[in-house]
Write a protein that binds this ligand. Structure first.
Ligand code: TEU
Ligand code: CA
Length: 541
């Protein structure tokens, strides 16, 4: 496989609304991000993925774009964005933008023009029909995926909220508009793109195909050739698929993307036989480790994996894979187990200090359009869940769990701002969980992340951790994940994925420990693993 500049890089995801509020208006902003660049540099990350900061009415917190080439004033100005790109570069860090190609905001000028009628040149930028093609296809957020426009006597399609009309990718003008928007940001020195629900841009509505349509890959390849493919940047697609889908997007010879998010593990806690994420089930550790192995083997020498345990659409990894009763060791164990795999580590803001899900006191404390639309759909209209069941599901899986303000210290609003009411509740546990009380503690989660990233990028083991071949062991053991990485060195990771004490016989003698979430002297193959105990060691026999 050809080596790339981004192969050894670590990507940190920032949700601008919740990262740092520099002007005390209750919402995070770009100057706030600039003020934390040294913190991010010291953490050891390289590329900053910002979720959409473009002009938007914020119905879906920016994933409803009203101008791809202008900044939402609540986040700052274009000068602020230029400064962020420049200041990041000074620190050898780069910006990754988030392109929402599948849909725009209903306040985008294109859609406002389209609503003027069938003769308008922008009408075919969207998907209008005389009636819904399939009444049974629901929006991802719950509820109908078609909205009626009385003055046109037409319906338009929206995979998400009605304020997010889907673009018509069969229209070459739409494809050129998106290429132009991407080129605008390429020329500004942006070095990465995350593509939102990229698997949806090949939809064939008339044939009831909403994802992975027959034209998908030709559209992505065309976009590559007409925009980002002309620049040496890194691209990742949110694609909600499987192994073959990952290959179809990311094999180098296909000239599409560099890697994709697949979510088979993180979405496995959604009970799809009931109401998906709002009826969550416990993680199946055997399924999780075998799925991670499946992707490691499948993409090992032909493509590139993404290593993700959290993002802005998921709950906190401690609540999904760990245990708040073992918050520190499970947070460290999850990081060590996942980020020694082959691929690009993605760290979501707050994950590095072990932030947890938040217990909201009722529906009114949520902010997410997905929560409100799903509540209307599941509780009020279809009555398939009680309000209590729905709120219990929200506590475990609502996206707002990961959208609460970053907890910088124990001052008002966790140091997120100077005290102005925040757009979403600050987690009350900020008094115990915050950057300030971890940054000088060598045993903190934050210090563990820094050491893990140092080992991964600036140690004698780096080449093996970036390029080493993956091999799994004890595959039938449902509690413990054991794998090696081998290049110029041979490294092994043993991880107890449970909150129980588990005994195993390691395939290799454990004595040259590189990093662990417990302080133990080890020199044997028989191991009594504490809850979430995870060890990275060099195989020396
Ligand atoms: O997410 C698409 C997506 O599939 C998830 O939002 C999922 O549908 C949802 O969490 C239901 O479980 C992308 C963005 O990451 C998300 O933030 C946006 O809301 C969505 O697309 C629409 O742009
Ligand atoms: Ca602000």
């Amino acid at each position: 496989m050809n080596k790339k500049w981004w192969h050894d890089k670590v990507i940190y995801q920032i949700y601008p609304s919740s990262f740092k509020d520099s002007n005390n208006d209750g919402i995070g902003d770009i100057p706030g991000i600039i003020s934390k660049l040294d913190y991010l540099k010291e953490l050891g990350v390289d590329i900053l993925w910002l979720t959409p900061f473009f002009k938007s009415p914020m119905v879906d917190n920016g994933y409803d774009v009203a101008d791809y080439c202008d900044i939402n004033p609540i986040f700052g100005t274009m000068e602020d964005m230029d400064l962020l790109i420049e200041e990041s570069k000074k620190r050898d860090m780069y910006i990754m933008i988030d392109i929402v190609a599948n849909h725009t905001s209903n306040e985008h000028p294109w859609f406002k023009e389209a609503l003027k009628g069938e003769d308008n040149p922008y009408y075919d930028y969207y998907i209008f029909k005389d009636h819904p093609v399939n009444e049974h296809h629901r929006s991802c957020f719950g509820g109908p995926a078609w909205t009626y426009v009385p003055h046109l006597n037409k319906y338009y399609f929206h995979e998400f909220a009605s304020e997010q009309p889907d673009l018509n990718w069969n229209n070459p003008k739409v494809r050129q508009e998106m290429a132009n928007a991407i080129n605008f940001w390429m020329e500004k020195g942006v070095k990465g793109i995350r593509f939102d629900v990229i698997h949806m841009i090949g939809k064939e509505i008339d044939n009831d195909i909403y994802g992975y349509g027959p034209t998908l890959h030709e559209r992505v390849r065309e976009l590559n050739h007409n925009s980002f493919g002309k620049y040496d940047i890194v691209t990742v697609g949110e694609a909600w698929g499987g192994i073959q889908d990952a290959k179809d997007f990311s094999l180098e010879e296909r000239e599409e993307l560099n890697m994709t998010f697949q979510f088979e593990v993180t979405s496995s806690t959604n009970d799809h036989s009931r109401c998906g994420k709002f009826t969550p089930k416990p993680i199946d550790t055997l399924f999780a480790k075998n799925t991670l192995s499946k992707y490691q083997y499948a993409l090992n020498d032909c493509s590139w994996n993404t290593l993700v345990v959290e993002n802005h659409d998921l709950g906190r990894c401690i609540n999904r894979f760990g245990d708040e009763n073992y918050r520190e060791v499970s947070s460290k164990g999850i990081a060590l187990m996942n980020y020694c795999l082959k691929g690009t580590p993605y760290i979501y803001q707050g994950q590095e200090i072990g932030m947890t899900n938040i217990k909201m006191n009722g529906l009114e404390e949520y902010r997410d359009v997905e929560v409100f639309n799903s509540y209307k759909d599941l509780v009020e209209e279809r009555k398939v869940l009680t309000k209590e069941e729905f709120l219990e599901g929200c506590y475990k899986e609502a996206r707002d769990n990961n959208r609460t303000p970053i907890q910088w210290d124990d001052s008002v609003n966790a140091g997120f701002n100077e005290g102005h009411e925040t757009w979403i509740k600050v987690n009350p546990n900020y008094l115990d969980i915050n950057v300030k009380n971890q940054q000088d503690d060598p045993n903190s989660i934050l210090s563990f992340y820094k050491e893990l990233l140092r080992i991964r990028k600036h140690s004698e083991y780096s080449n093996t951790l970036v390029y080493g071949k993956f091999e799994s062991y004890l595959n039938e053991n449902k509690d413990v994940f054991v794998y090696t990485r081998e290049e110029d060195k041979k490294l092994c990771v043993i991880s107890n994925m449970t909150n129980k004490v588990v005994e195993i016989d390691s395939p290799f003698i454990v004595n040259k420990v590189i990093l662990s979430n417990y302080k133990k002297e080890l020199n044997s193959r028989h191991l009594v693993l504490e809850p979430f105990e995870t060890i990275l060691f060099e195989v020396v026999e």
